[in-house]
Design a protein around this ligand. Structure first.
Ligand code: SAM
Length: 488
């Protein structure tokens, strides 16, 4: 992030939109060059982060559409990657502004020029809800509740200011102004054409769309749309330190609306910064998706068991296993930096101690780390494409390549086969991934069972899909679980 993107232009009501657009453009550029959005956001100046995050998340969820619009509006992709990213960001923000203005002209005409802007929710609430829904139904733009909305003229003006503020972008300000105004003039037709393309319509890479279409002929469209909804925020209560009822009472006192979910889960009515929720430092809870919370109960550790958590970092399931029973636990991870986060989490939750050992190792290289004493229970929460958690990490779809699916599946197979050697006869192995691609889930589990005649399949949820309208299951991230017992 260059020094010139700073908080110096912050007005009384927050930083200027031009600075936020520029910060979001840096994030989009980072993702397009292969870096994760969270890494890039961590470099965004603190005063710009909230605004830049909202716009960057929205841009990730509309990047296919933005790319199609850009192709229609400029003859070739601009050679300056930061300018290209600024153009893409400006187009998605401008499109949201137009959609909100169509739904509620009065609310958006007065939208401020600095953050915080109004949101699509406010624009719709102040205006004609019905019209807003029609805009959605026409597929013109998803006017979701978290989408930041500014006045149309403000977006054009501030985007041009953003370009003008950077010496290496200043020469593009005329082009940017012209492209954005051409978009406003031809929006209906441009959207019509862009929405006829796979990337423009679904905002995922084409290979990803094809893969889901083949895997889920009835649900692929709903899955792609659900991927653009922000996921719910779910907590897991540290039952060693408090009960779900006690934590719910604390949340209520703090004015945080929440509901119990499953054995130790609590889902918040609205996502909330961790620091605003009471009890984090005291280790009363962790943030953990509801699907991920099923791992501990499926593996069902009992007091005295020897348990292996083979791909443990950052330690969400490690902690849950330790909260569930008095076990001896070995946690492995191949990434030393991430393993440190396991240690931090266990310390915060009061779960560290002589019963836990952490080791940086390749789970597939059993000779390197195993002392030969078999485990009663093994958790193989293997590395995966993370295609099941795109709601929370909307950049993942643009970071993955089609070849990653087969490469990751091969690594998963190597790890699962190696770990099977360490399971005691009569013991269990839980295979888990946060993926919705069958190659990493159903197919992997079937092939594993085929290679290991001593593996007995036990009941497990199989593929969990983040689909709307399915009660509590709608709250889950995309996850896959298969449970095997070793025949004695
Ligand atoms: C899906 S994440 C695990 C999430 C974790 N179980 C939790 O609940 O917080 C997969 C982990 O596997 C680790 N990993 C990747 N390759 C590995 C290998 N060969 N051996 C051990 N760990 C590996 C990654 O560093 C990553 O932390």
């Amino acid at each position: 992030m260059p020094k010139s993107v700073s908080e110096t232009s912050a007005g009384p009501s927050g930083p200027a939109l031009s600075d936020i657009l520029l910060a979001a453009a840096h994030n989009v550029r980072a993702v397009l060059s292969g870096r994760s959005l969270s890494d890039s956001l961590a470099q965004t100046p603190a005063g710009l982060r909230a605004g830049a995050q909202a716009i960057s998340f929205h841009a990730m969820r509309r990047l296919g559409l933005a790319g199609e619009l850009r192709s229609a509006l400029v003859r070739r992709v601009p050679p300056n990657p930061l300018f290209d990213a600024l153009l893409l960001v400006s187009l998605v923000v401008l499109d949201a502004a137009c959609a909100a203005a169509a739904a509620s002209p009065a609310a958006t005409a007065t939208a401020p020029t600095t953050a915080p802007a109004t949101t699509a929710a406010a624009a719709l609430a102040a205006g004609d809800e019905q019209k807003g829904r029609q805009a959605d139904a026409a597929g013109r733009v998803a006017l979701r509740r978290d989408v930041p909305v500014y006045a149309v003229h403000t977006v054009v003006d501030q985007a041009v200011c953003a370009a003008a503020s950077q010496s290496r972008l200043a020469s593009y300000k005329g082009l940017l102004n012209g492209v954005l105004r051409n978009f406003l003039r031809g929006r209906d037709e441009l959207l019509e054409r862009a929405l006829h393309t796979t990337r423009g319509r679904w905002n995922h890479p084409e290979w990803w769309v094809r893969l889901l279409e083949r895997a889920y002929p009835d649900d692929w469209q709903a899955l792609l749309l659900a991927a653009d909804e922000p996921g719910p925020m779910t907590l897991r209560v540290n039952v060693r330190r408090n009960t779900p009822a006690e934590l719910l009472a604390r949340l209520r006192q703090a004015g945080i609306e929440a509901q119990p979910l499953g054995a130790a889960g609590i889902v918040l009515a609205r996502p909330c910064p961790v620091q605003q929720i009471p009890g984090f430092e005291q280790g009363l809870w962790s943030v953990q998706d509801a699907a991920a919370q099923q791992a501990a109960s499926l593996l069902a550790p009992a007091d005295g068991m020897r348990v292996l958590d083979a791909c443990a970092a950052p330690g969400g399931k490690t902690a849950h296993l330790l909260e569930s029973a008095d076990i001896e636990l070995q946690a492995l991870d191949a990434d030393a930096g991430r393993l440190e986060r396991v240690a931090q989490n266990l310390r915060r939750l009061g779960l560290d101690g002589p019963q836990v050992s952490l080791r940086c190792a390749d789970a597939a290289d059993v000779e390197q780390w195993w002392d030969g004493r078999p485990y009663d229970a093994v958790l193989a929460d293997v590395p995966c494409t993370a295609s099941g958690i795109v709601r929370r990490h909307p950049d993942i779809r643009w970071l993955r390549r089609e070849a990653d699916v087969a490469r990751t599946a091969a690594l998963q197979r190597r790890i699962a086969d190696a770990l099977w050697r360490t399971v005691k006869p009569g013991g269990r192995l839980l295979y888990a991934t946060c993926s919705i691609f069958p190659q990493e889930g159903r197919v992997q589990a079937e092939q594993f069972a085929g290679r290991h005649p001593d593996a007995l399949r036990l009941p497990a949820p199989g593929q969990l899909l983040p689909l709307p309208g399915q009660g509590a299951a709608s709250l889950y991230d995309g996850f896959y679980y298969a449970l095997f017992a070793k025949k004695p």
